[in-house]
Design a protein around this ligand. Sequence first.
Ligand code: PSU
Ligand code: MN
Length: 304
Amino acid sequence: MSTHLLVSDAVAAALADNRPVVALESTIISHGLPRPRNHAAAVEFEQILLDAGVTPATIAVLDGVPQIGLDAEGIRRIADEDLAKASVRDLPILAARGASGATTVAATAHLAAMAGIRVFATGGLGGVHRGASTTFDESADLSTLAVTPITVVSAGVKSVLDIAATLERLESLSVPVIGYGTKIFPSFWLTESAHVLDWSVDTAAEVAAIMRSQDELGHGQGIVVANAIPKEQQWDPAEHDRVLEEAFVAAEEAGVRGKAVTPFLLSYIVQASEGRSLEVNLDLARNNVRVAGKIATEWSQLNG
Ligand code: PSU
Ligand code: MN
């Protein structure tokens, strides 16, 4: 293991004993959720795992050190400080400078895999942005999962992205996409998108079995588990469509580009929906954490 990583005692002990561990990202806390709800969410996601007998490993770079598992002060810092949004390419720069950053899905997956963690829960995966054929704006989340052996549980990708193109890219990158209890790919705040998947599973044990097979037959890529928010918890589709259209216009008018696009859209959408999208976002993230906990538990039993 790299001497550059700081693995918390709790996470190190769980990994050494082959007990279940789930990685959690910090960009969703720093840039994806508004203060002060973001702090409560970070604490709650960890507690959901602890209650299920799973060790949480929230990941961030603090003062140049990639940390796998944060203490209470670390959780407070990712929620309260204005941290840089850090993807994989930013990690060595932050480390060399002693700087701090909130890790995206890509950077979290990369660091978690380095530490030997195999399961990761997030809200939504990054993907191909609309208009990417001219802007080339495609999240490094996709290319990272092509080379990182970790199972990521998400509620699909946000409907602000080009979902069809995102699924095509995951196919090109040989990253399997598996629906959890559904064959319809979800679109984050909504239970469904227009896209039907090739594969679905009904249990966490099936995901663990696929992970084991992939270790033998794959080339070290990850797995995307798509966990849809239940219909009764989804955002009102009419309000969803209206607010998203407004958000695109606002981003265009504000001239937002590159890595600022996702945080801009998310915070605009929370405000324009008067917080209704936020409740859905929190609900789907909690659901993903629960499913990731089950998968990590099955995985540790399979290897026990
Ligand atoms: N989706 C969300 N909330 C988020 C993100 C995605 O619903 O906070 C974050 C994740 O950290 C993801 C990143 O990795 O945005 C993708 O950003 P970009 O599109 O700039 O790659
Ligand atoms: Mn981008």
